[in-house]
Write a protein that binds this ligand. Structure first.
Ligand code: MEV
Length: 314
């Protein structure tokens, strides 16, 4: 029997990196996803057909991490392929790039496809745990925010802890955003390690930055629920500044963030691990969304127009 499963892409609205240390963060699934299929084959072990569209070099750069990730997922699920193997096929409409949750989406999709193939009937909570283990193959000690968004969908308040806090945020209406891809593949493990090293070196400076990030999350949650987009945009801009201060932005990211703001986006910031990858711009109307996306595309970058906070996304 063919097993099938999906995992959503994601955009972090607030507090990537800070989330690793227990600071609350806000993340949204986006309306693009990876689909995994699992089929039996007449040999042992697993094969992979990765048909996902991707930014140049993305798949090549991640190949070893991807192998490690799949082996971790299989181990966590106690799946023995020594007698009868499987073929995993990845597809879907999520364009793989850094910062958009491509690794988490594939881990969730694979875990669900395996659950389907072996008739395991796993719950979303169990899928999320397995996908977390898969994410460890890509970036060592992830906070779990990406796989959580990818599994459950929607807009989520996430706090890492002994038991993670995972709460849905439901805005009155979906909110238009634009994501822009610098086309640079970034290494999240290196970005997270860099923050750790600098934080240890400058504890006082980093404490101040982290305290403000914590504060911003609460203000942002209120702004989302009140549909106060001006305030929300301001907070995104401030969050980007904090991310610059912990040195995870880049020239390309700063350029695109400025471009989006100049075009009327109410706020813009890097999203995800940084050092390349994607930005997210707040564009709460179709016209503004088009304007900002067009301006970014004119500079030769890929964009994604989507909404956050839709009830079933997605
Ligand atoms: C990556 O999408 C988000 C980071 O905060 C890492 C993590 O939370 O595991 C940079």
């Amino acid at each position: 029997m063919t097993g099938e499963g999906i995992g959503f892409g994601k955009a972090i609205l607030f507090n990537e990196h800070f989330v690793v240390y227990g600071v609350p963060a806000i993340v949204s699934a986006i309306g693009k996803y990876t689909i995994a299929k699992v089929e039996p084959i007449n040999k042992s072990g697993w094969n992979l057909n990765d048909n996902r569209k991707a930014t140049p070099k993305y798949k090549e750069d991640k190949i070893e991490q991807q192998k490690d990730s799949i082996n971790r997922i299989l181990k966590k699920m106690n799946i023995d392929l020594s007698k009868k193997g499987i073929e995993i096929t990845l597809d879907g409409n999520l364009y793989c790039a850094s910062g958009i949750g491509a690794s988490a989406a594939s881990c969730v999709a694979i875990a669900r496809a395996l659950s389907d193939h072996y008739d395991l009937n796993l719950s979303d909570e169990e899928i999320n745990e397995i996908a977390y283990e898969g994410e460890r193959g890509y970036h060592g000690t992830p906070s779990g925010i990406d796989n959580t968004a990818s599994t459950f969908g929607g807009l989520i308040w996430f706090e890492k802890g002994e038991n993670n806090v995972i709460e849905k945020i439901v805005p009155p209406n979906p909110i238009e955003i634009v994501m822009g891809d610098t086309g640079k593949v970034a290494d999240t493990t290196a970005a997270v390690a860099g923050v750790r090293a600098r934080k240890e070196k400058n504890p006082e400076k980093y404490k101040e930055i982290f305290d403000r990030a914590d504060n911003i999350a609460y203000l942002a949650k209120d702004a989302i629920q009140d549909e106060d987009f001006k305030e929300l945009g301001k907070l995104m801009n401030e969050n980007h500044k904090l991310l610059q201060q912990i040195e995870v932005s880049s020239r390309e990211l700063d350029f695109m963030v400025k471009l989006a703001r100049d075009q009327g986006a109410l706020g813009a910031k890097l999203t995800g691990g940084g050092l390349g990858g994607n930005i997210i711009a707040l564009t709460p109307s179709r016209d503004l969304q088009d304007d900002v996306a067009n301006a970014i595309e004119k500079e030769g970058f890929q964009t994604l127009k989507t909404v956050i906070g839709a009830s079933r996304q997605g």
